[in-house]
Design a protein. Structure first.
Length: 245
């Protein structure tokens, strides 16, 4: 006699509220993965970070950075990643930015810096693998477990683009230490991680004229912002800036 098939786990009903799938305490505080209907959500220290409901602005983060690069940087041979622009993705999140970068053959090396081991685990063998699985299997992709603020100050590698999405914006950080990334020293470190002509792209849940000014004071040119309209409230924004030679 065959054993009965296992009963699938029920999908949380959107009307009954979110269900916690995993909660961990780490060096940066509490990190939680929740499911609300079909939507997965990441919460850090009680602060909502992101969910899987949309992803347009995370994809814009990647596309806008690529579009801001000079054409000669994006015409490398598709079979040779070393001839194509490299990108550092700051923050793995729910995986939209990584998946979108890996789906575009114009990118070469794709490095993701993520400080939370829990988030990495949720992508490797957890619920978020459905978004990032193909990207993680791509030979161009590497995941580094590190604090982004520390990484940009201490690394020696350089990139054609930095696509950063670790906070709700320069003025709305997840942890106090992240504010250093948007201060003059942090922006100078980002500039050092870029090759001449490279692009810095920073995601934000709201526009910030003050951050645009900070980018200019840090020596970036071509400073501008691209907006994505959301269902309610102010638009999401990608701040863009170029390191001159």
């Amino acid at each position: 006699m065959h054993a009965p098939a296992p009963t699938p786990a029920p999908v949380p009903d959107a009307d009954t509220g979110p269900v916690t799938l995993d909660r961990r305490d780490g060096p940066y505080g509490e990190i939680v993965l929740r499911q609300h209907g079909e939507r997965l959500e990441i919460i850090a220290n009680g602060c909502f970070l992101m969910d899987t409901s949309d992803g347009r602005s995370e994809r814009l983060l990647i596309d806008a950075a690529l579009a801001a690069l000079s054409p000669e940087r994006t015409t490398g041979h598709p079979r040779h990643p070393e001839g194509r622009p490299s990108v550092l993705v700051g923050g793995l999140g729910v995986g939209f930015s990584l998946a979108h970068a890996a789906a575009d053959p114009r990118w070469g090396r794709i490095v993701v810096v993520e400080r939370e081991q829990a988030v990495i685990d949720w992508h490797h063998d957890g619920p978020l693998a459905r978004i990032s699985g193909d990207a993680l299997a791509d030979p161009r992709t590497a995941i580094l477990r590190a604090d982004l603020v520390t990484y940009v100050r201490t690394a020696t590698d350089s990139y054609d683009a930095l696509c950063l999405d670790i906070d709700n914006g320069p003025g709305w950080t997840v942890t106090d230490g992240n504010g250093n990334l948007y201060a003059p020293d942090g922006l100078a470190a980002c500039r050092e991680r870029l090759k001449p002509g490279g692009v810095l792209a920073v995601w934000s849940a709201q526009p910030s004229a003050a951050f645009g000014d900070a980018l200019r004071h840090a020596g970036f040119t071509g400073v501008r912002a691209e907006e994505i309209q959301v269902a309610r409230g102010v638009p999401d924004v990608v701040h863009l800036a170029v390191r001159t030679a």
